[in-house]
Design a protein around this ligand. Structure first.
Ligand code: CP
Length: 296
């Protein structure tokens, strides 16, 4: 097993293996015990779901887990992150779960660790990559539809700044899903081959099997955005959500921005909490496979 930095690092066979192992954990037919393994969680950006589901997964796998707090660490005394990582590796950490606002830093750190005895899991990097979110979204969709190859997903919202969108697109392309992105021009970002782009909600939602909403990432947006215009033209409502569509959202949700609050009370919205729940099984599968490959 190797670092998990981007979805592009994984083959279809590896993704399938993660899916089946996660499913065994969900069904309770696989139990793993990694009492000799040590894992540190380093979150330099806020998180609820990812951080706590990694912790839950670590507890369920009996991994020794450590919470790195940047504010009380020696980063505040001037130590740089490369030295910090090498010292954590020297201390004996086996896995580093990291979230960071920089698009490339986790990849760079993973390629430069001195002892090369520590594996990185990207828990969200900048606006480009969130592989464990894409894997749990895939797990959730595949469990529901079984075969994704003829299904259509419409991803709607702030595509440009969304690491969730980028990782989902990279993964779902591997499975032949038809991918549409719906956003105003200012949220489209760099266009990706094999994806259909829409600015009109009615056209983008037509015959869609899955609607995946995204949060508007205010913390990454420099330019002025007309939120009223966005809400008027792109907000998901009970009226515009296609009948029977599978509604997804990675969270956190800005209620009454990307989704009207009352949609969250409908049956469609139950999927969103299923995504969060599935994150535990998928993260268990990933860490279990990494540690098993080391005999830990
Ligand atoms: N989906 C997701 O990454 O949520 P958090 O930011 O709460 O971890």
């Amino acid at each position: 097993m190797k670092h998990l930095i981007n979805i592009e690092d994984l083959t279809v066979e590896e993704i399938n293996k993660i899916y089946f192992r996660a499913n065994e954990f969900e069904k309770g037919i696989r139990k793993s015990n990694h009492i000799n393994a040590h894992c540190v969680n380093m979150f330099f950006e806020n998180s609820t779901r990812t951080k706590l589901s990694f912790e839950m997964a670590q507890n369920k796998l009996h991994i020794n887990k450590y919470d790195f707090n940047a504010d009380t660490s020696s980063l505040n005394k001037g130590e740089d992150l490369y030295d910090t990582i090498n010292n954590l590796s020297a201390i004996g950490m086996n896995i580093i779960v990291m979230r960071h606002s920089d698009n490339n830093l986790i990849k760079e750190l993973s390629s430069k660790t001195y002892f090369q005895e520590v594996l990185f899991i990207n828990a969200g990097s900048g606006s480009n990559s969130h592989p464990t979110q894409a894997l749990l979204d895939f797990y959730t969709m595949k469990k529901h539809f079984l075969d994704l190859s003829q299904k259509t997903i419409t991803i709607v919202g702030d595509i440009a700044h969304s690491r969730v969108a980028h990782s989902n697109i990279a993964l779902l392309k591997k499975y032949g899903m038809k991918i549409r992105c719906l956003a105003p021009e200012y949220f489209i970002g760099e266009k990706i081959d094999g994806v259909e782009y829409f600015t009109n909600l009615k056209e983008a939602f037509e015959n869609a099997d899955v609607i995946m909403a995204l949060r508007i990432q205010k913390e990454r947006i420099q330019e002025h955005i007309d939120f009223d215009d966005y809400i008027k033209n792109y907000q998901i409502t009970k009226e515009n959500l296609p009948y029977g569509a599978y509604l997804m959202h990675p969270g956190p949700i800005n209620k009454d921005v990307e989704i009207k609050a009352d949609v969250l009370e409908t049956q469609n919205a139950r999927t969103i909490l299923t995504q969060a729940r599935n994150g535990v099984y998928v993260r268990m599968a990933i860490m279990d496979m990494m540690l098993a490959s080391w005999g830990l």
